[in-house]
Design a protein around this ligand. Sequence first.
Ligand code: COA
Ligand code: AMP
Length: 631
Amino acid sequence: MGARYDESFRRSIDDAPDFWAQAAALVEWVTPPTTILDDTEAPLYRWFSDGVLNTCVNALDRHVESGNGDRPALIHDSSVSGEVTRFTYAQLLTKVAAFAGALTTEGVQRGDRVVIYLPMVPEAVIAMLACARIGAVHSVVFGGFAPEELAARIDDAQPVVVLTASCGIEGTRVIEYKPLVDAALLIAHHRPRRTIVLQRPYATASMTDGDIDWAQAVSAATPADPVPVDATDPLYIIYTSGTTGRPKGIVRDNGGHAVAMAWSMRNVYGIGPGDVWWAASDVGWVVGHSYIVYAPLITGATTVMFEGKPVGTPDAGAFWRVIHDHQVKALFTAPTAIRAIKKEDPTADMLAEHDVSSLQSLFLAGERLDPDTYEWATQHLGVPVVDNWWQTETGWPIAANLRGLDPLPIKSGSPTKPVPGFDVRVVDESGADVGADHDGSIVIRLPLPPGSAPTLWGDDQRFVDEYLSAVPGHYTTGDGGYFDADGYLYVMGRMDDVINVAGHRLSTGAIEAVVAAHPSVAECAVIGVHDSIKGQLPRALVVVKSGLNPDPQELAGEIAASVRERIGAIASLKDVLIVSALPKTRSGKILRKAMRAIADGRDEPVPATIEDATVLVSIAPLLRDPTTGSS
Ligand code: COA
Ligand code: AMP
């Protein structure tokens, strides 16, 4: 056990071009690449730069052409409507080609951007693949973001067309999407040519000039043929939170991505053609892009798309019901979903009501897998519970237990070892290795493997500055952790201003900007504090302007409402505490690092002055205590 992993990992590092040239054979090319790794613009690297392909062909056409058109491609299961809709590969291809035709009719061409703001409906998958088919670049924006955030993404991506629906459903609440898009378009400077609107039965969107009905757009269109694109052409942009409020447009290319998806589905997750696979995430997140849509379809597997929550719709047995109904072989979700189920049904009684014997593994990612959740899932499901660590930027796992290649013993608290292609190091501030069992910053030696972000949309310099500059020749992940003596990696959490709330990545900087804009607030710090279900929750510590004495409850309510309105409900800021001062450096910068360390239960750096130490000590209980409610 481990020899195949060791050999594969070594080869991927010692002779990366040879390793990835072999993996490239998993993909169908119009022109196979002869240049595997292009380092002419290092530290920006490109993979398969002279290759030509089409990602949609790899996801759909080739399976139909090889005689598997009748195989189920997509099962959409909505616990909110109670409906299940199935698409074979041939049916999905017909839908995608038709919608690609509609986009072409609306003037979308190769390289143009399309913003997709849709709930978890099959049309989201159809729209993504339709963009890929004609070489357009999609940017899916998670439905929980507010108009201002959507507008920022529209201004950055400059789409020709925006796609939306009349509504999404959150639990039992109907959330109208179209008014949110209309509001975003009023805020945005960029003007898309069209908004294409999917009318759902639960709400009817009112249409204005420039809007077109989805069904009407499709009925008037001629199905589009696939457009061959360069491997280095962008397939999509996905915006993610950084340390500042300005979201970062992570770029994913076509060639490297297709290879990484095909390789990882088989080797990391052990999924092959015909297997039923369920990634219970949202298409708005990277997990949704990679493992609801592209990887399973490129592999020829059946992907389950679930609209609903793990608890409450109708109960804590929703996940087990879906596994049973569709004979799911492997489930991928975030630990927070399992914690939510565990809270509602601690003894897993609902599990006994469903036959989940088809399930062979549970994959968890998106945040640290805490030992309690690991133990609970292992005990009740009786299958390997496999942690895997990655980021929007990499697009696929950096560290994992490679179930398809060479399963290794699982250690609770560790996502196991670096995945082939990712030369992971744990370093100190000087960039030197810290050695086994010592904490440090997790970096990856360049080049990153295929599928990882080659750059940020329209901003190579920001990519270099934010990711590639701290340790020359390396990508800085932003996470801290350590290797144990067996080479297992432990990822302990972010070392920057990014927090992870219910598997959703958020910037405390962005939340702080909204809190600071409240007229009563002199200064503030937003810190992620421990939460037993969501992993972390944002907590705002605010100093009010001198001479003001606002009612704490009212102030908290107003701040929470404006964060919800300007960032979105997923920011979940409900906890606002008034403090008399915040600890600062000599130059007046708030000691966020020390505050974060206290909140994470790590040793905090000692502040420079006695006054700061006193302030830090006074606020420490507010950071450590997860049960402190809103004041
Ligand atoms: N559109 C509009 N609003 C949304 C939304 C969407 N797509 N997604 C979430 N929201 C809202 C929720 O309704 C909630 O509103 P509320 O404050 O009025 O209740 C708020 O945003 C916070 O949502 P969430 O953080 O998801 O909390 P929750 O209590 O509704 O659900 C979990 C908690 C753990 C059950 C849920 O987050 C979950 O299943 N997460 C794991 C799976 C996942 O998607 N992970 C992503 C990466 S793998
Ligand atoms: P996202 O870009 O939304 O996928 O969030 C990436 C961040 O989530 C990482 O930088 C980590 O902080 C955290 N994360 C994701 N998966 C794991 C994991 N398996 N263990 C620990 N942290 C994780």
